[in-house]
Design a protein around this ligand. Structure first.
Ligand SMILES: [Fe+2]
Length: 283
């Protein structure tokens, strides 16, 4: 009996059928790969070292394995298989490695800018959260995170306090949400780890187009993990993690303050406006 058959059969006693399928199929496919490329011992050891180093780079605020999944296109493939079954709901995209849990809950139209960004033009992001029938979803938790002007996230950048450019908003009774921030910038994914080595070796780009991350959770609805991307970004066609979808590209317009912007959003100088409505599917 071949080692492949023995190895696959050795997992047949897993009682959970789905787990049994996942593990035995993985073992079979890995053996097929090793056979197909006729893997050498040196190559096998290099692969082990690469995966070991990838794991060693991971800690509470850095997730090199998610980044690896992203640049291999696996994250977007999993996303494609599991989401967007219709043309109305907001498309999902990669979660990415920079999410931080338990960020402060903020009030309607609060700013997520915790550091001194006085030189930046404020950004107002507002819209409505609704279901497929257009009905407002109240009390949805809207977790938002984005880069600072230097292209880095808090948690990644020791100079930023952890809650900078992050926060959780709760949609109002009419489904409305409003967030004050600054424009995100396009950025390079971390190049100092195993993923960076892989991309350099393959002469691939490190850049991601400017975007803001959202994770929206509402009772009775499928959670949505997505971004909105700024239109006209030069990296939209060439995202290092393949995450761009047309319906997630948004316009930002420069606006002058008026009575409404002052009263409702506390904006008394020129600001950028992004209007974007999110549509969730029932779970
Ligand atoms: Fe990002």
């Amino acid at each position: 009996m071949s080692v492949t058959i023995q190895a696959v059969q050795s997992f047949q006693c897993i009682s959970d059928a789905r787990h049994r399928t996942l593990i035995t199929t993985l073992v079979q496919k890995l053996h097929d790969y090793v056979q197909e490329v006729q893997l050498t011992e040196t190559e096998w050891l290099q692969a082990i070292q690469f995966l070991t180093q990838t794991g060693q780079l991971c800690h509470e605020q850095r997730q090199e394995y998610i980044l690896l999944s992203d640049v291999l296109g696996i994250s977007m493939l999993v996303d494609e298989i599991n989401h967007q079954k219709n043309e109305i709901q907001t498309p999902s995209t990669v979660f990415g490695p920079f999410f931080v849990e338990n960020m402060p809950v903020r009030q309607y139209a609060d700013s997520i800018v915790m550091e001194d960004e006085e030189l930046s033009i404020p950004l107002l992001i507002k819209g409505k959260i609704s279901n497929l029938r257009g009905e407002a979803i109240a009390n949805a938790y809207v977790d938002v995170w984005q880069t600072a002007d230097n292209g880095m996230y808090s948690g990644q950048d020791p100079e930023q306090q952890i809650d900078n450019l992050r926060g959780v908003f709760v949609s109002q009774g009419n489904g409305a949400y409003a967030i004050k921030s600054i424009l995100p910038v396009s950025y390079q994914i971390p190049s100092d780890g195993t993923v960076g080595k892989l991309l350099s070796y393959a002469k691939r780009t490190f850049w991601r187009p400017a975007h803001i991350h959202f994770k929206i959770v509402a009772e009775g609805y499928q959670s949505l993990v997505t971004h909105i991307f700024l239109e006209n970004d030069k990296y939209l066609e060439n995202d290092a993690v393949f995450g761009v979808k047309d319906r997630l590209i948004v316009r930002h317009q420069l606006k002058q303050p008026d009575d409404q912007s002052k009263t409702l959003y506390g904006l008394d100088r020129d600001y950028y406006l992004i209007e974007y409505d999110f549509v969730l599917s029932e779970s």
